[in-house]
Design a protein around this ligand. Structure first.
Ligand SMILES: Cc1ncc(COP(=O)(O)O)c(C=O)c1O
Length: 365
């Protein structure tokens, strides 16, 4: 094909690197012929999907010939009850990534910019640059977002600030006070996206209380997901919580049937599966301690994490360990894209998965 077509790509896309998803089990089995592969690469829930969500698959009504409810009526009601906000405060997305993208499409364009921390979740750069805008990266502080200095980077072109709380891949978090202080300093015309994909895993008392901030700040968009603690990464559902006029503006550019019927029905069940959420949190806390301790004993330098993953460094090149672990049937994540070439990110799995990973890693060190 003639490369002429690529000359007319929108500005910002030319030098963009695509998001690198974790390698799938099928891919690794096909490449290396393993019988058993452990995937600890994408911060999924090792206990699997919410059993309540799974149970609806056998009792699906025969309405799959109909378009989904484009307004997400039942699901938004469940989310509103769960978050203790009104129905009109909620927008649902095809994963929370879609909400991030809608925010960028609605507010960013060439000659505007967004702010995010260095080492912040990769999708912020992708959605910002895809909108033709530029991304200003604020230097991190102990691998976390230095929210105190974010306002130093604001200028007349700033339209959006992205905060990952907790952040992926560093696992760091910002306190309620830190987020609140930043919101007080940011002009009310600048959108602040508070990405809480790992919200449910955080057990810190001073962690952000996003909904408390909602009534005070009309420029706040909180995002959450069903991909992590609810174990529904494959069905692609996330949501945003914001004031109704902001939600209404984002709905104007949302695809009409962005969340399919099965996904909506499963998410409705998952959000009320308190037992699955409790077990998942419990397993994560217990295995975090175990894994952190074992990695540290191996002489590896772990960044303390409040999420369901640990990013650590050793005397190695991340990509090499990533490849070698894959050959041993363990998929982790290399974080080159985040300018962390010496690091590896591992999702906290079940005890058996973590042991398989640790044994494989120990063999390589
Ligand atoms: C910080 C953060 N935000 C958002 C997402 C997007 O999740 P999803 O689109 O599956 O809801 C992820 C996924 O890994 C993440 O790590």
């Amino acid at each position: 094909m003639s490369p002429d077509i690529l000359k007319n790509l929108n500005s910002g896309i030319g030098d963009l690197r695509p998001y690198e998803p974790g390698r799938s089990i099928d891919e690794v089995v096909a490449e290396f012929g393993h019988h058993e592969v452990v995937k600890l690469a994408s911060n999924e829930n090792p206990l699997g999907a919410s059993p309540k969500a799974l149970s609806i698959l056998t009792e699906l009504e025969n309405d799959l010939h109909l378009y989904p409810d484009g307004n997400g009526t039942k699901l938004k009601k469940e989310i509103a009850d769960h978050e203790n906000v009104a129905f009109d405060n909620i927008i649902i997305g095809n994963g929370s990534n879609e909400i991030l993208e809608l925010a960028a499409r609605a507010f960013l364009s060439p000659n505007t910019s967004a702010i995010a921390s260095k080492h912040a979740f990769a999708v912020y750069k992708i959605v910002t640059k895809s909108s033709g805008a530029s991304l200003t990266e604020v230097p991190s502080c102990n691998w976390g977002h230095d929210l105190k200095s974010f306002d130093d980077y604001l200028d007349s072109g700033t339209r959006v600030i992205f905060i990952a709380n907790p952040n992926n891949p560093t696992g760091t978090y910002n306190t309620h006070e830190e987020v609140h202080s930043l919101l007080k300093k940011v002009p009310s015309s600048v959108l602040v996206v508070l990405d809480c994909a790992y919200f449910e895993y955080v057990t810190k008392d001073d962690y952000v209380r996003p909904i408390d901030l909602l009534n005070k700040f009309d420029n706040l968009l909180i995002t959450k997901t069903f991909s992590k603690i609810h174990g529904l990464a494959s069905i692609r559902v996330g949501y945003g919580v914001a004031n109704p006029s902001l939600v209404e503006a984002l709905n104007r550019i949302r695809q009409p049937f962005n969340v399919n019927t099965i996904a909506q029905a499963m998410a409705c069940k998952a959000i009320n599966d308190h037992e699955h959420i409790r077990k998942s949190m419990e397993l994560n806390s217990q295995q975090y301690e175990f894994l952190f301790d074992q990695l540290s004993t191996l002489g590896l330098d772990c960044i303390p994490s409040v999420g369901n993953f640990i990013t650590f460094k050793g005397n190695f090149v991340g990509k090499e360990i990533f490849d070698s672990l894959m050959k041993k049937g363990v998929i982790v994540r290399c974080v080159d894209l985040y300018d962390m070439k010496d690091y590896i990110r591992v999702t906290i799995g079940t005890e058996a998965e973590n042991l398989k990973f640790l044994r494989a890693l120990e063999d390589l060190l």
